[in-house]
Unconditional design. Sequence first.
Length: 679
Amino acid sequence: MPPPKRPLIEARREQMFPTLEPGDIDRLRRFGELRSYRAGEALVKVGEVGHGLTVVLAGEVAVTRRDELDRRDAIVTHGPGSFMGEVAQLSGRPALVDAYAEGPIEALIIPPEKLRALLVAEAELGEQVMRALILRRVGLIETGAGPVIIGRADDGDVLRLETFLGRNGHPHHQLDPDADPDARTLLERFHVHREQLPIVLCPGGELLRNPGEMELGRCLGLVGPLDPTKVYDVVIVGAGPAGLATAVYAASEGLSVLVFDRRYFGGQAGASARVENYLGFPTGITGMALMGRAYNQAQKFGAEMAIPAEAANLRSDDAGAGERRFVLRLSNDERVRARAVVVASGARYRRLHVNDLEAFESTSVHYWASPVEARLCAGQEVALVGGGNSAGQAVVSLASQVAKVWLLVRGPSLDARMSRYLVDRIAGLPNVEVVMQAEVTGLEGHDGALAAIRWRQSGEEVRRPIRHLFLFIGADPYTDWLSGCDVALDDKGFVRTGPDVGVGRRPLETSRPGVFAIGDVRSGSVKRVAAAGDAECARLRGVPEDAFQVGALAALPDLRPRRLLRRLAEPPRHEALPREPPPHHRGLRPPGRVGLVLHRRGDARPFRSRHAPARSDPPVRLSRACASALPGHPDRAPRRHGARRARAIAQSSSPGMLDRPSRVPPPVPTDIDIDAARG
């Protein structure tokens, strides 16, 4: 029997709660503001939106969490050099813990927008802070902080709520009134009858009776009101691998990005029990862990998340004053405006064509194999239908929890659709029985609880007393919301893109200019996690490198240049380099030499010495790293690497260009050619 697993707060305490050196704190000062607190004063309260990251300069802060009966459990006490916060501070969401000053406190408060700037501008220090924020969130999930769900463990609505919170990486706790005295105490306190279960107690004190995902998400601050007047550069519908990859690429280039998903981030990839053939993870990684990293990475660069929120319709905005814009209407009738839209809505799980399936879907029929479902099935026989990689990963995961897995495959062999390593692993599991050329014919049970499954193999029908059925039989595109939006679909409902919809279309552009499709929803895409995250491996299918661009950055000639740099403030207009070369450089720069001027908007514009002929040159975009390394830039960090390279780019040229006026060369095409995309 393996030894019990150590709590994360013990195993990785130094990484969860590091102490910053005085030099590190000095580097943080430009991002925050000093603030003092009295003894006993609350720095943050559960359910309230905090101020951001709090760096303790003097004094001590006690951080506690509340349990279901409002009792306080100590988590940590922060002293000088420590910082307080978790991933909620990246996006300004409500706190999950309480923090009180144990004496007079001096602290540096870094608000969410400047915290994100810190993570980008200070690479090494930002990595340390980001790791701590993520580990603290994982620790809160492990200890069960956050909302409390009260209801029977096998209740369909309890499973639905647990899945929603778990897939969104939100800490929560579930209590069964049949087994937990604290649950019964809470039911008596709030005068809730058992037939009214489940209920959810939110951290802010609200009580919800069997809420929907949208109601619960708003109560927890996962999604708030959207500004109908704001125009986003890119709106992404779908937060699966493709949608999150597009969000990371676009937000890292300074575009304003908003991401929607109707349930949770990660898509079908987030439900994968374990992914072992994803590049860079030789020991494998769970789908939820992989997608959680992508989700946090997108927020680090400033992408906004609205989950859950369901798109209902897409139309053109006539108030764009000559600039192409779109209006996306949501299911709750809210509206969002954007200059470009990326359709990454993925697919919905395919349902089995068998009578009475719907009656068992909430309790006994499952479309993913998360720890919640594994806990329900522990020690039982289960059946799983499917023959692809998702089915194989689920079988391997369930086999360690259940008594036996019946793998029902319609085809004659697993090799047709499943990776070889999974086929070999399944063959070595003693409690897995593979049934080839099998078809489920009937389900038996009552009151939503499955009692037996029937399937047919080689003309004979088999009946087994099985209470849980897992379905991994493919998916259908989620494109219903695109009806009437002038976006061409193929005969199966997938979005057509590129040359398939017209001459001159780029690989990911739909029939409607300004609207792009990526991931599983796109016709002809490779339905794999790695493919979705890397624009479906388009290069492997012969797309030229200079034409390969991702998501909303693919072809936007009329998208006006946006700010490339997230400014910490709005300083007066300045120049990173003087218009006239300094005396010790005059011998190196002949008349007509080109330099770069960094303006307030973050554009680097060419300029010429006094004797150069007048000529209009196009703006040149500097990357965030190069621009912040230039002398005089307000975001330049002390000891930041790359300054010499940036100055060399701005001040030098090849020897062959010294005898004539030179031009700034055009940018080299890259995977995400933001310059060419913006025109």
